[in-house]
Design a protein around this ligand. Structure first.
Ligand code: NAD
Length: 262
C-alpha cells in the first residue's frame, strides 16, 4: 500500500487544538486530508481557526470544553465522533505548565489543577475514545514531555513532572490493554517548543526568591536551535498516527534535539 493511501480518510480528534502543538497538528492533519474534530477550552480561538480553515477550503468540527470535565468531555467526544462518522486517531494533547513552586508551598489546589489538566484528562480522553475505536482499531497519541522521564533544570515543576511521568506510564498500560483491539498508544515527549505555554506558567514568589539555577552551560546544546517548533512535533504525531508506524505501540518518542540527554 502506498503511503498516500495510508494518509487518507482518517478521522481524528485533537485536544488542545487552539494553540501550539495541537493547532500545528490540526493544520497538518487537515492538509493531509484527514477529517478533524478539535477540542479546546478556548472557544474564541477555536472559532477563529475553524473560520480560517474554511477560508482555505477545509471543514472541521469543534467543541469548546474543559478536558477535565468528565461529562462535557464525553459528550464532546461522542458528538465529534458522530460528526466525523468514526474515529481512527485520538491526540490527547491539551496541557498546562501550571504553577511552579517549591513543594513546601505548592498548594493542594495548584497540584490538583496541574495533575487534572494533564493526567486526568488523558485518562478521560482515552477512556471515552475506546468505545469508538475498539471495533476498527486505530492510534492514540499522548503529549507528555521530556520532564516525564528525566528531571533536570526545572526546579519547582514537581506537579508538572509528576503529571507528565504519569502520562508516560498510563500510555504504556493503555498500549498493553488496547493491543487486543488493534489500538496503538504512544507518547510524544517534546523538549522546549516555541509555543505560548511558557507565558502561561505561574512562578510562585517563593520560587523567585530561591537561588537555584541549573541551566545548560553556554554552547552545550547539541543542536543549533534553542527550541524546537510545533510543526516538528506535529510531523512526529503524524508518524505515530498513521499505519507507517504500524508496529509501534507503548513507547515514547522524544522530539527534543537530544536535549533530554544532556
Ligand atoms: P499551548 O499553551 O500553546 O497549547 C495548549 C492548549 O491546551 C491551549 O489551546 C489551551 O487552551 C488548551 N488547554 C489547556 N488547558 C485546557 C483544559 N483544561 N481544557 C481544554 N483545553 C485546555 O501549549 P503547547 O506547548 O502547545 O502544549 C501542548 C502540550 O505539549 C501540553 O500537554 C504540554 O505540556 C506539552 N509540552 C509542551 C512543551 C513546550 O515547550 N511547549 C514541552 C513539552 C511538552
Amino acid at each position: 500500500m502506498k503511503t498516500s493511501q495510508l494518509l487518507t480518510t482518517k478521522k481524528a480528534i485533537i485536544t488542545g487544538a487552539a494553540s501550539g502543538i495541537g493547532f500545528a497538528t490540526a493544520k497538518l492533519f487537515i492538509e493531509k486530508g484527514f477529517n478533524v474534530g478539535l477540542i479546546d477550552a478556548d472557544k474564541s480561538r477555536l472559532e477563529l481557526i475553524a473560520k480560517e480553515f474554511k477560508q482555505n477550503g477545509y471543514d472541521c468540527y469543534y467543541r469548546s470544553v474543559d478536558v477535565t470535565d468528565e461529562i462535557r468531555l464525553k459528550k464532546a467526544i461522542d458528538e465529534l465522533t458522530n460528526s466525523l462518522q468514526g474515529l481512527d486517531i485520538f491526540f490527547s494533547n491539551a496541557g498546562i505548565n501550571g504553577t511552579w513552586a517549591p513543594i513546601e508551598t505548592l498548594t493542594v489546589d495548584e497540584w490538583d489543577t496541574t495533575i487534572n489538566t494533564n493526567l486526568r484528562s488523558t485518562f478521560l480522553c482515552i477512556k471515552f475514545a475506546i468505545p469508538h475505536m475498539k471495533e476498527n482499531g486505530g492510534s492514540i497519541i499522548v503529549t507528555s514531555s521530556i520532564n516525564g522521564t528525566r528531571i533536570f533544570n526545572n526546579f519547582g515543576a514537581s506537579a508538572y513532572s509528576a503529571s507528565k511521568a504519569g502520562q508516560v506510564a498510563f500510555t504504556k498500560m493503555a498500549a498493553l490493554e488496547l493491543a487486543r483491539y488493534n489500538i496503538r498508544v504512544n507518547a510524544i515527549c517534546p523538549g522546549a517548543i516555541d509555543t505560548a505555554i511558557n507565558e502561561k506558567t505561574t512562578y510562585s514568589d517563593e520560587l523567585k526568591k530561591i537561588e537555584i539555577k541549573v541551566e545548560f552551560p553556554e554552547g552545550d546544546r547539541p543542536l543549533k536551535n534553542e527550541t524546537g517548533t510545533s510543526d516538528q512535533v506535529a510531523q512526529s504525531v503524524l508518524f505515530l498516527a498513521t499505519d507507517v508506524s504500524a508496529n509501534i505501540s507503548g513507547t515514547e518518542l522524544y522530539v527534543d534535539g537530544a536535549e533530554s540527554l544532556l
